[in-house]
Each structure stands twice: as structure tokens, then as C-alpha cells.
Design a protein around this ligand. Structure first.
Ligand code: BDR
Ligand code: CA
Length: 313
């Protein structure tokens, strides 16, 4: 089977960085057409910078990186420096990028790529707020039917929320955008907190990254070390959840994951539950399924895959 063409839309973020590295380490399965940056964990200037730092860390300055939307569609930007640090990529000391940022706007790149590539051949992989994707769908509705599928990190059902008691960060930051995407009719696979909270970087798993003995292995270990301090304190868990790499891992080894096709709707009105992903997990409505909502992962299989692939870079 030929490699799956993807666009990663992202707000790096240490876990976004690991998701990108996993994609770049897996050329047999994944052809990364470009990276589009969006405001999220940190403001856009930093996410666009961090995406290029990660490409250079992987030795891939040829990957085109585009800057997209600097704020959500209808709300002020909420960021997460308290989790990711003030650069978004705190932890390892990595050099400033020298590769250029592309001139084209990320939204235009998404539209152009979906029109130029064969219909049904490009998968969108959003790892941050869905602003760029929703803008592209609103600006060019003809591209929606050309998307192969969307595989995104966002939302929660049983785990409910991490930025508010009822909402996960990526969906909370731009609920209007998420609403557009979930109503688009695209084939969507969702990696919610329900699954990412099972992908914990325990000490042994982090040691395995470090033991690769490569610049990538060390950088990933230092990123997760940093990222971890927040989640350990918050959840008293064995380690930090590695959210976004679940997306790229699913593209390579979907057999490691299990979920249900359900209806997912986004709360966009109530401030109390803003950005909640209302997933009909138990099938109590007749609303049609619009997403494959993942709930479980073989965590050892996931970390074995990740470590083996990072070792190739
Ligand atoms: C999501 O929010 C961000 O902080 C992470 O990068 C991930 O995409 C988890 O809620
Ligand atoms: Ca992210």
C-alpha cells in the first residue's frame, strides 16, 4: 500500500512535536505534504516557529510550514503556557529554525492541496484548535468532499474536561470551528482524552526515549519530562498523557486502538459547558453517527511503536 498523504494542522506543543516526529519517521505509511500552524497552546508566531524547529530536529527542513489563523473564529484566544511553558516547547534546548516559513496562508494551502490532489487522497490531521480547518471549509466548501478523512485530537466523554470541568482544550479554544468540522459530513476519527489519558509516559517509557541516544530521543525525553510535571501534579498519574501522537500512531497502526462510531455534537452556547463534546456513546439518541470516537489503546504497543520509529530519525 502506498503512503497516506496527510496535512498536519498543529499548535506545537511538546506532544504535537512528538506526533510530527512520528509521522516523519514513518515514510512507508505517511507522506507529510505540509504542516499548518494554528494559534492554540501558544500564540501563532510561536507555533509556526516550533513546527519548523521540529522539522529541523528531524532533519527535514524541506517540509513546508505555513502559518494560519491567529485567533479562534468567535472568541478570544486561550493559551496553555501553564502546561507547555512560555515557548510551547519548553524542555530541550533547541536552536532557532533557519528554514523559512512559507508565504502562503495555511488556509489557502489546505484549500489548494485538496483541490490539486486526487479527491479522497488527503487526510487532515488536526492536533490543535480547529480554526484553520473550519476556515478552509467555510471559504471553499467544495473541498469538504475531497478530504479522505479527518483524524483529530480533541474532546472527551468519560474524562470530560482538562481546561474546564466539561471541555477539552482544543475544542474549548474554538468551539465554533469544531462545530463546523463535526457537522461537515467528513469521515472523522477522534482521539479524545478518554484514550490519550491511557497513553501515559511512565518513567520506563521516557527512559526508553532517552536510551535511543540520539538528538531526537534526548529531545523527546526532555520534552516529556517538562510536560509531565504539570500532569503528574494535576492527575497524580504515572506520567503525562501523550495526546497528539495518538493521531499519527492511528494512521500507522489502527489495530492498536478501539472505539465506537457515534454522534458527536459540540456545545457552542452555554458558557458553563462551552466546547463540550457531547458524544452519544450509549446510543440514546437517533442522531446519526458522524465520528469514530476512540476509547482505548494498547499503551505498550503504542509506546513500542513510538520508540522504534523515533529511533529511525
Ligand atoms: C490537547 O491540548 C494541547 O495542550 C495538547 O497539545 C493537545 O493537543 C490536549 O487537550
Ligand atoms: Ca496540540
Amino acid at each position: 500500500m502506498s503512503a497516506r498523504k496527510i496535512i498536519i494542522d498543529t499548535d506545537p506543543g511538546q506532544d504535537d512535536a512528538v506526533a510530527i516526529l512520528l509521522a516523519l519517521a514513518s515514510p512507508d505509511e505517511i507522506e507529510l505534504l505540509g504542516i499548518t500552524a494554528v494559534a492554540g497552546n501558544v500564540p501563532l508566531a510561536l507555533t509556526a516557529r516550533n513546527a519548523r524547529i521540529v522539522c529541523e530536529l528531524a532533519g527535514r527542513p524541506d517540509i513546508p510550514v505555513y502559518a494560519g489563523c491567529e485567533r479562534p473564529l468567535g472568541r478570544p484566544l486561550v493559551t496553555a503556557e501553564h502546561v507547555h511553558g512560555e515557548t510551547g516547547l519548553n524542555g530541550p534546548m533547541l536552536p532557532d529554525p533557519t528554514m523559512p516559513l512559507q508565504q502562503e496562508h495555511a488556509v489557502d494551502f489546505i484549500i489548494r492541496t485538496l483541490r490539486e490532489q486526487e479527491a479522497g487522497s488527503v487526510t487532515l490531521c488536526p492536533l490543535g484548535p480547529l480554526t484553520n480547518i473550519a476556515m478552509a471549509f467555510a471559504k471553499a466548501p467544495d473541498i469538504v468532499d475531497r478530504v479522505a478523512r479527518i483524524v483529530l485530537m480533541g474532546g472527551a466523554y468519560f474524562e470530560v474536561g482538562n481546561i474546564t470541568p466539561s471541555a477539552e482544550f482544543n475544542i474549548y479554544v474554538d468551539p465554533q470551528a469544531a462545530d463546523i468540522v463535526f457537522k461537515s459530513g467528513s469521515d472523522i476519527t477522534v482521539m479524545p482524552l478518554d484514550v490519550t489519558h491511557k497513553a501515559l509516559v511512565t518513567k520506563a517509557r521516557n527512559d526508553a526515549f532517552r536510551a535511543l541516544g540520539t538528538p531526537v530521543g534526548r529531545a523527546v525525553a526532555e520534552m516529556t519530562d517538562f510536560f509531565e510535571r504539570f500532569d503528574r501534579e494535576k492527575y497524580h498519574s504515572d506520567g503525562a498523557p501523550l495526546h497528539d501522537p495518538c493521531v499519527t500512531a492511528w494512521l500507522i497502526r489502527p489495530d492498536l486502538f478501539h472505539g465506537r462510531r457515534v454522534n458527536v455534537e459540540i456545545e457552542t452556547v452555554s458558557e458553563l459547558t462551552m466546547g463540550m463534546t457531547v458524544a452519544d456513546w450509549w446510543g440514546v439518541t437517533d442522531r446519526p453517527a458522524n465520528a469514530l470516537f476512540i476509547g482505548d489503546v494498547d499503551a505498550d504497543g503504542f509506546f513500542n511503536l513510538l520508540t522504534e520509529r523515533l529511533g529511525r530519525l
